[in-house]
Write a protein that binds this ligand. Structure first.
Ligand SMILES: C[S@@+](CC[C@H](N)C(=O)[O-])C[C@H]1O[C@@H](n2cnc3c(N)ncnc32)[C@H](O)[C@@H]1O
Length: 280
């Protein structure tokens, strides 16, 4: 079911080795070895992580963390709005866009919105939204775009899944334009509070697809080593250090708001989510 097309020359993306680009359902496959990526995803699915690769990412917006997700979205919108007030955002890349669940609001901040991911099942859903200018299959650690191709990169809850996160960050740095920003969202799972949650429910470690458990300190070092300047760090979302209990309680807006209010005051470094605004 693959086809070959010539790649659009005005696109910020490029293909490797000057070959004609292979496509699946009109989605360009911009990786050196697609068979490796497919088998990585298939292996993960048989190893009990099927959910991570198949389940709808739209559903989380009506799930127990919906109030928290809204807070994250409002924060990212605020950053984009402020940046767009002083700079033209011609190209905004949703890197690791998954199902493209964030496209509908991201598109308001840029002339051209692009999305990429390495999971074709998710990209087909993202493409079918007909919102992004281009949706391509690409690997963050060997990224098919030229230096400085994007004004802003939204890199939301992807890095913690990537074994070679150092390479991923250096690729983000390479494809971001000078003076551009990357909005990096990650879970704060290396923090004492969330490590405690994993200790109380060790089985959750078997089903998570996360391979990194960052703290503010550990990720800050990696960001700086990749050549970025950290402009802002935002802590968001506090809860109970027990995954089941936490998701049940935070389904109530009043509790999510109360945890946020008191968490910020008493345990600021134990937030569940972190956003780093990083500049090249
Ligand atoms: C938790 S989802 C986040 C999706 C989206 N950014 C969001 O905020 O809803 C993580 C995504 O990262 C993608 N991903 C993980 N490793 C990747 C890699 N090396 N290259 C490209 N995409 C990757 C996965 O396929 C998945 O869609």
């Amino acid at each position: 079911m693959s086809e070959n097309i010539k790649f659009n020359k005005v696109s910020p993306f490029c293909c490797f080795g000057g070959k004609e680009t292979e496509c699946f359902e009109s989605i360009p496959i911009l990786v050196r070895n697609y068979a490796d990526i497919r088998s990585h995803i298939e292996d993960a699915k048989v190893n009990g992580k099927k959910e991570w690769y198949e389940s709808s990412q739209e559903a989380i917006w009506s799930g127990p963390y919906r109030h928290h997700l809204l807070k994250r979205k409002e924060y990212v919108q605020h950053i984009l709005k402020n940046y767009a007030a002083k700079n033209t955002i011609n190209s905004l890349l949703d890197l690791g866009c998954g199902d493209g669940a964030n496209f509908k609001w991201l598109k308001n901040y840029a002339e051209n919105l692009y999305g990429s991911d390495y999971n074709i099942a998710r990209l087909v859903r993202a493409k079918n939204r007909n919102i992004a200018k281009e949706v391509v299959l690409a690997d963050v650690t060997d990224y098919a775009a030229n230096e400085g191709a994007f004004d802003v990169i939204f890199f939301n809850h992807v890095l913690e899944h990537i074994p070679d996160d150092t390479k991923a960050l250096s690729e983000v740095h390479r494809v971001l334009k000078k003076g551009g920003i990357c909005i990096l969202g990650i879970p704060n799972e290396g923090a004492f509070w969330w490590q405690l949650a994993y200790k109380l429910q060790p089985n959750s470690l078997k089903t998570t697809d996360h391979v990194h458990f960052y703290t503010i300190k550990s990720i800050s070092e990696k960001i700086k080593a990749a050549g970025f300047t950290i402009k802002e760090i935002k802590r968001l979302g506090w809860g109970i250090p027990h995954w089941d209990l936490d998701s049940r309680l935070r389904g109530y807006k009043i509790l999510d708001d109360l945890f946020e209010f008191f968490g910020k005051i008493f345990i600021p470094n134990q937030a569940s989510s972190l956003y780093f605004i990083i500049e090249k």
